[in-house]
Design a protein around this ligand. Structure first.
Ligand code: TTP
Ligand code: MG
Length: 355
């Protein structure tokens, strides 16, 4: 039996909430966040995107591209509230909901509470109802699997709906640029392009073994999705309590300067993970494994979500310096963020692979 999967993604989410709540911002080029010296913007209104302003772009660069850009501070509570409201809408249709972030979710509507047989109709109703309850627009992708639904929701943004039917999947995937494949990150896309792989058709030309050889564990996943095979269920158990990174050192390290250096090197990668997950924590934890295999963790919690890399650097360094007496030599160092913006407290279990 073919499934009916919808992927919903809010349009310019944070920026739209800001424009909704402050009418003087409507129709204007705005960026949310990124106003500080080294900060990056979280997102931009579609008016600003015309100038090339994008998520994760440093504020100063955005200003260069769009001199009249208005910078607005982030208000996570407002985004959380909107996110809650859209989930309530989703719940009127199905309990099989897998949120990927505050502003997007997969829904399995094969069997839905409205007994509506056409998933496209369900998607239209949800979009309508999301707009009525939040005054925000979203885009929807409808297909028979998560991968295609996710890619589809991005095709007619903003305020659009895209359906990919099973018989259209093969042709659709063949023409799809590889950087649009959900699960192929920027780095892998570059790697593929360097090998002359630009579209699904190019990717499909590789055998399963070649894919595994060239792309490791993910090779098998690529092999399947490029053929439109994706049986992953919509997983409503997904949860993420913390996001972190750790590094086991080649040699035990004891000099504080050296540890500081390693920690400093770890932070950009850690920050990238937070950005990618689009999820930040109020708590930062430093984890250290000593040469004699003791694990020490020390945390600092803030009243605000730690979203700026400068703050992470400061807090991480503070954690290290304040606790340097607790260890002599260390063999592992790690950082994690918890008390995240997005975590579903009533669920438990491991985070499934983020595809
Ligand atoms: P997205 O859905 O990626 O972007 P968007 O909703 O702003 O725009 P659209 O979907 O119409 O293309 O992310 C949702 C929100 O997550 C976004 O409004 C702000 C936040 N975000 C970040 O904080 N950092 C990021 O790097 C990205 C991509 C998003
Ligand atoms: Mg969005």
């Amino acid at each position: 039996m073919s499934r009916k999967i919808i992927h919903i993604d809010m349009d310019a989410f944070y920026a739209s909430v800001e424009q909704r709540d402050n009418p003087s911002l409507r129709g204007k080029a705005i960026a949310v966040g990124g106003g500080s010296k080294r900060g990056v913007i979280t997102t931009a209104s579609y008016e600003a995107r015309k100038f090339g302003v994008r998520s994760a772009m440093p504020g100063f660069k955005a200003r260069q591209l769009c001199p009249h850009l208005i910078f607005v501070k982030t208000r996570f509570e407002a985004y959380k509230e909107a996110s809650k409201m859209i989930r309530l809408v989703f719940q009127e249709y199905t309990d099989l909901i897998e949120p990927l972030s505050l502003d997007e979710a997969f829904l399995d509507v094969s069997q839905n509470k409205k007994k509506e047989p056409l998933a496209t109709k369900v998607a239209e109703q949800i979009r309508q109802q999301v707009f009525e309850t939040t005054q925000l627009t979203c885009s929807a992708g409808v297909s028979y699997c998560k991968f295609l639904a996710k890619v589809a929701s991005d095709m007619n943004k903003p305020n659009g709906l895209t359906v990919i039917k099973p018989h259209q999947a093969e042709q659709f995937l063949e023409q799809l640029p590889i950087e649009k494949f959900f699960g192929i990150g920027k780095v892998t896309a570059k790697k593929m392009q360097a090998k002359g792989i630009f579209t699904g058709a190019d990717l499909k030309a590789l055998s399963e073994i070649e894919m595994a050889q060239q792309f490791g564990k993910m090779g098998r996943y690529y092999f399947q999705i490029v053929r439109g095979i994706d049986d992953r269920p919509v997983n409503n158990q997904r949860i993420r309590k913390s996001i972190g990174i750790e590094r086991t050192l080649l040699n035990n390290v004891s000099a504080i300067e050296e540890i500081q250096f390693i920690l400093k090197e770890l932070i950009p990668k850690f920050y990238e993970r937070l950005q990618k997950a689009n999820n930040y924590g109020r708590t930062l934890t430093l984890k250290i494994k000593t040469a004699d295999f003791q694990t020490i963790t020390r945390s600092i919690s803030k009243k605000f979500f730690i979203t700026e890399v400068e703050d992470i650097e400061k807090i991480a360094n503070q954690l290290l310096l304040e606790n340097q007496d607790a260890f002599n030599e260390l063999r592992l160092i790690g950082l994690s963020a918890s008390n995240l913006q997005q975590e579903n407290e009533n669920q438990s279990g491991q985070l499934t692979m983020d595809l």
